[in-house]
Design a protein around this ligand. Structure first.
Ligand code: ADP
Ligand code: MG
Length: 254
């Protein structure tokens, strides 16, 4: 058994604290805060995230690290990624169109694996994407993820950030793999034009997510429009049907 003495809490989320600890390698330990141990909804969500992180072993996702901590609070651990947040790069205008395509391609390939596993990430935002010094892309934060086919899930209090919500999530309707595709489309849009597709703040952003306006495409080269429109289609039944189809559209960009 070990303790977190050599680690420091570097992030306090809504229900959990994150520690950065050096075991054999730099590791993140995510611990449910004490006041939530008896909160059934928070505990269930935390255990779901733990189970996903401990089972997923994919490129572009931090791998689990198994440690034995002397604590009664639920926790799990995974690789620390030395990297920069995508939102920092977007804000500093440091992303070329080529680099944006590369990031979207990695995410779509990851979504193919998620679809095979029946998993919807549901919080694909620039805060949850890290790029390491080699330009490798990592998707983190499975705190909103779920298996919608298994759980017959509709949106709940664990909804992703309003500004990146798909219309169906914002409307409280059923999620699907296509909800992740909408979020990838929002990211692509933001990387290409430097503006969020949903410019609302707070609850206003949720209302805008539920009823999205036609995206303003005029500042974006026309060759990107087919893929953006396929991903950002508000009606789920008309949206691009799978990450594979989206990848084909992306690869067809001249
Ligand atoms: N594997 C990781 N490597 C490096 N930093 C991480 C890692 N996981 C999380 N972080 C940092 O901690 C922050 C919060 O983690 P996250 O899992 O996204 O929690 P929350 O659900 O509160 O957003 C991230 O935005 C990132 O800065
Ligand atoms: Mg996060």
């Amino acid at each position: 058994m070990t303790t977190l003495e050599n680690g420091k809490c570097f992030y306090s989320g809504s229900t959990a604290n994150l520690y950065k600890v050096r075991f054999d390698k730099l590791t993140i330990v995510k611990i449910l805060r004490e006041e939530y141990i008896n909160n059934q909804a928070a505990l269930k969500r935390f255990m779901q995230e733990k189970s996903i992180v401990e089972k997923l072993r994919l490129h572009n996702v931090p791998h689990p690290v198994f440690v034995d901590l002397a604590t009664k609070q639920p926790y799990f651990a995974y690789e620390y990624i030395e990297g920069t947040h995508l939102n920092k790069l977007i804000q500093s205008n440091h992303i070329s169109q080529l680099c944006s395509i590369g990031i979207i391609r990695r995410l779509l390939i990851l979504l193919i694996s998620f679809k095979d596993a029946g998993l919807v990430h549901s919080d694909i935002t620039p805060d949850n994407i890290l790029l390491d010094s080699n330009g490798k892309v990592f998707l983190i934060d499975f705190g909103c993820s779920d298996f919608p086919l298994r759980t017959n899930m509709t949106t709940s209090t664990w909804i992703s950030k309003y500004t990146y919500c798909s219309p169906e999530q914002a409307q409280g309707k059923r999620w699907s793999f296509q909800s992740d595709l909408y979020q990838v489309g929002s990211l692509f849009y933001e990387m290409l034009c430097g503006q969020r597709i949903n410019t609302g703040q707070g609850r206003e952003a949720l209302a805008m997510a539920a009823n999205p306006q036609q995206p303003e495409l005029l500042t974006i080269p026309e060759k990107y429009w087919p893929v953006l429109m396929a991903l950002l289609e508000p009606k789920i039944e008309k949206r691009c049907g799978s990450p594979c189809d989206a990848l084909i559209l992306l690869n067809n960009i001249p």
